[in-house]
Design a protein around this ligand. Structure first.
Ligand SMILES: Nc1nc2c(c(=O)[nH]1)N[C@H]1C(S)=C(S)[C@@H](COP(=O)(O)OP(=O)(O)OC[C@H]3O[C@@H](n4cnc5c(=O)[nH]c(N)nc54)[C@H](O)[C@@H]3O)O[C@H]1N2
Ligand SMILES: Nc1nc2c(c(=O)[nH]1)N[C@H]1C(S)=C(S)[C@@H](COP(=O)(O)OP(=O)(O)OC[C@H]3O[C@@H](n4cnc5c(=O)[nH]c(N)nc54)[C@H](O)[C@@H]3O)O[C@H]1N2
Ligand code: SF4
Ligand SMILES: [Mo]
Length: 737
């Protein structure tokens, strides 16, 4: 274990997430973001900086090389995002690369259940193409699909999406970003006219009132939380979460609303703001549409009704409305507590509505701000060619198809004129026997998919499952007919886009084990073997692809055509989109959207969008009296733990095994005490976990982290109808001794 890692272990506190004394000794030179050179030009024993490969905060890490190989890292002090800080996952970023279960050669399983055997890349590529082609010939182009990720480089996602859809002729491909960001995407598209999170992290520091909704920054985005702490305006920090999370404990106010009552809460607050004349009439009149309809819709959301439905007292509601209404710079931030619900899109839009009606957008310290999850979730939203056509374009728009075809030099007929099935529809398609072959890249759905109890059986229905992962041991890889071994973050080059729309660089600082190839090289090999290599003649290096993506982005809200290339991104410390070619000044400057009050809709006005409340899909009842909430358990654990589980330090920092947080009142009813092993039972399955009795969860709800592979056996496969994002955060359970 390294010395630095020891230091983190000593921190020992899962809430405290950051720096450690060593970084504080590093000299900060603000304004100078000379972050070292691109590795090919590096001396073997030197230091270079690159973006972290875990969460969407997008911190920069300084990698120390010996003989051209990364040996250690420290947080980069000269980067505008993290200014010398990193959370435990960042500090331990190199550990997962050295794990013994790395996939080191392509593996082929001749028969289900048989032991896989190693084959070479040529055989793997031939097998892939042969099986996929035969499936498509026999069952049509809709019989194959891919599921990708927000955790590979943008250039890789674009290659995958273009190869699969334009080269292979696949129609269906979605990604784990559906599990994560689909709601925000849909909400922004409808309200603002484009998927455009408007903020910059400086807004955390420039806000007077920070409202965090279903967002546990201390655990999930620790360095964003550090940015909140750097706010010198003594802000009100309001956490709206049914649980008293680590973040709620540190806030100035915790609004412990009843789970899944957010929509009512925000409509109730909107009604109060109107009644108390705490709205920005001028902004509404100039820059928005449908406010009158929205106002009418709010009539029933009286303080009495809102209070009864949310469990928040009228006095607290009024006080909250006051803080929002009278605050000069109010910012709203939301994450999975909002995105993962059965009425998620309208809830996200209810937050957007609050920002619009109070004029809190486009100015420092304001905004309706969705926080992203994975390191490159934003890259996948704009450039993966899954739910949208490359570059924030629309598959169903003929002009968009022609534009993309022209830039890529392909016939526009190669571009599908309809949208892919959504993730859940792809799973459904497998279930119904319509989808016969599936290609899974950098995601682990056999652990993370909602209601995954039946997932293994569903995978068994496939004729052909390909898994492309850095490990051969993941829950999904274990079912693969063909496993393609991938190089990981740190073993390849490309860009990623963080939550504040900042494009950062990832570099090759470590050698991939044995035959593992970067995802980029795998896609290239497969395209050549497929016989469509010509289509990708200009796609030789990740930077070639970046240049193509820049061209594709021209004229779009996410225009990045002004960036000179990787060198400039490297030199200035990341560049936020948009950065069109006519905006040549100060690329490193922090920028927010909508400063001119103009939105991306046809009339340039933001829309008030709202709906009636939808019934709870599975409310607790006599048999299953508790509501199960799930989410992130500690800042040391990442999702399905294929990576973080490989670090001894992170294992030490995270809890051991699965645990259930239960309120003392409910624990007493069930006759349990902390430390006891209990059975959590839903209508779908029963799993074991250790009870942890705590009043951090409200009476009537329990919380189980998502990091254990058993958790999603319990969850209920329900989806927001607009975004088709799974509702991971609610189902009914009972707890047995
Ligand atoms: N350490 C760590 N960090 C991560 C990740 C990780 O796996 N580990 N994953 C990354 C990814 S991909 C994502 S998407 C983000 C997720 O980041 P977050 O969304 O912040 O994390 P979660 O714990 O999933 O959910 C946040 C909160 O939603 C609350 N919640 C549940 N139901 C409701 C409700 O009805 N209303 C409200 N208002 N709140 C509710 C939960 O109690 C929980 O505290 O984290 C990113 N960062
Ligand atoms: N109950 C419950 N379930 C949830 C959630 C919840 O809150 N509650 N949250 C959901 C959310 S927001 C998310 S984002 C998902 C995440 O769910 P997943 O995407 O399934 O989780 P990860 O563990 O991040 O899986 C990433 C996979 O990619 C592999 N990998 C890493 N780097 C590379 C690479 O460079 N190339 C390749 N080819 N492979 C790589 C890893 O080994 C791992 O197997 O989980 C969702 N599931
Ligand atoms: S906060 Fe996110 S980006 Fe920063 S070091 Fe931690 S995991 Fe990496
Ligand atoms: Mo996520």
């Amino acid at each position: 274990m390294s010395l630095l890692a020891d230091k983190i272990a000593q921190l020992g506190n899962r809430i405290r997430s950051h720096t450690g004394p060593l970084t504080e000794q590093l000299v900060r030179r603000p304004g100078d973001f000379g972050l070292g050179q691109i590795p090919e030009r590096l001396a073997p024993d030197s230091t270079t900086s690159m973006t972290c490969g875990f969460c969407s905060t997008g911190c920069s890490l300084k990698i120390h090389l010996k003989d051209g190989q990364a040996t250690n890292l420290t947080p980069e002090p000269n980067y505008p995002v993290n200014t010398g800080m990193a959370c435990p996952k960042g500090w331990e970023g190199l550990a997962p690369l050295a794990a013994p279960d790395r996939a080191t050669a392509p593996l082929l399983r001749e028969k289900r259940g048989a032991n896989p055997k190693e084959i070479d890349w040529a055989a793997a590529a031939n097998h892939f193409c042969d099986r996929m082609k035969k499936t498509m010939e026999k069952h049509g182009p809709e019989s194959v699909a891919f599921l990708s990720t927000g955790q590979i480089c943008t250039e890789e996602m674009a290659y995958l999406g273009a190869f699969a859809k334009f080269g292979m002729g696949m129609l269906h491909g979605d990604g784990n970003t559906r599990q994560c960001m689909a709601t925000a995407v849909r909400a922004y598209k409808e309200s603002f006219g484009f998927d455009a999170p408007p903020y910059t992290y400086a807004d955390f520091e420039e806000s007077d009132v920070i409202v965090l909704i279903g967002s546990n920054l201390c655990i999930a985005h620790p360095i964003m939380w550090q940015r909140v702490l750097q706010n010198e305006r003594t802000p009100e920090i309001i956490v709206i979460d049914p649980r008293k999370t680590e973040t709620a404990m540190q806030a100035t106010q915790h609004v412990a609303l009843a789970p899944k009552s957010d929509l009512v809460l925000f409509y109730g607050l909107a009604q109060l703001l109107i009644e108390r004349e705490q709205i920005d009439g001028e902004f509404i009149a100039k820059h928005t549409s449908s406010f009158e309809e929205f106002r009418k819709h709010l009539k029933d959301f009286t303080p009495e009704y809102t209070s009864a439905e949310t469990g928040i007292g009228i006095e607290e509601l009024t006080q909250l409305a006051d803080l929002i209404g009278s605050g000069k710079r109010v910012s709203f931030w939301w994450t999975m507590g909002v995105n993962q619900g059965h009425e998620a899109t309208r809830t996200a839009q209810a937050i957007i509505n609050l920002a619009l009606m109070t004029g809190n957008i486009g100015k420092p310290g304001t905004g309706a701000n969705s926080i992203t999850g994975q390191c490159n979730a934003m890259g996948s939203r704009l450039f993966s060619n899954t739910t949208g056509l490359l570059g924030g374009h629309d598959f169903t728009n003929e002009g968009d198809r022609e534009k993309v075809a022209a830039v890529l030099g392909i016939e526009s007929e190669k571009i599908p004129d309809r949208n892919s099935l959504a993730y859940d529809q792809i799973i459904e398609g497998i279930c119904e026997g319509k989808i016969k072959a599936l290609w899974v890249i950098a995601t682990n759905p056999a652990h993370s998919w909602i209601g995954r109890n039946e997932f293994e059986a569903i995978l068994g229905k496939l004729d052909f499952l390909v898994v492309q992962d850095m490990y051969h041991t993941t829950e999904t890889a274990q079912h693969a007919d063909l496993l393609l071994p991938a190089a990981a973050w740190g073993e390849k080059e490309g860009t990623m886009i963080n939550s504040e729309r900042r494009i950062g660089l990832v570099k090759k600082v470590s050698r991939a084990p044995d035959q593992a190839l970067s995802d980029f090289s795998i896609f290239k090999l497969l395209a050549n073997t497929w016989g469509c290599g010509d289509m990708f003649r200009g796609w030789q290096t990740p930077e070639d692809v970046f240049k193509i993506l820049q061209k594709l982005s021209e004229g779009q809200p996410c225009d990045i055509s002004g960036i000179e290339g990787y060198d400039e991104i490297n030199h200035v410390g990341g560049i936020q989109w948009p950065f069109p070619s006519d905006l040549k000044k100060n690329p490193g400057q922090e920028r927010r959207l909508f400063e001119d009050g103009k939105f991306f809709t046809d009339d340039q006005r933001a829309r008030f969008i709202f709906a009636d409340r939808q019934p709870d899909p599975e409310a607790p009842d006599g048999t299953f009296p508790l509501r199960l909430l799930t989410g992130r358990g500690s800042s040391a654990q990442w999702h399905t733990q294929t990576r973080t589980g490989k670090s001894k330090v992170l294992r030490l920092l995270g809890p051991k095994g699965n645990h259930l947080e239960i309120h003392p009142v409910d624990a007493k009813k069930a006759g349990l005490v902390s430390g006891e092993t209990v059975r959590i039972v839903s209508r779908r399955a029963g799993i074991l976990a250790k009870a942890f009795v705590t009043s951090a969860v409200p009476i009537g709800s329990v919380f189980v982290p998502m990091h254990d592979s058993e958790t999603n056996r319990l969850t209920l496969a329900v989806f927001d109808p607009h975004s088709r994002q799974p509702s991971y955060k609610s189902c009914a359970v009972r707890v047995e001794k």
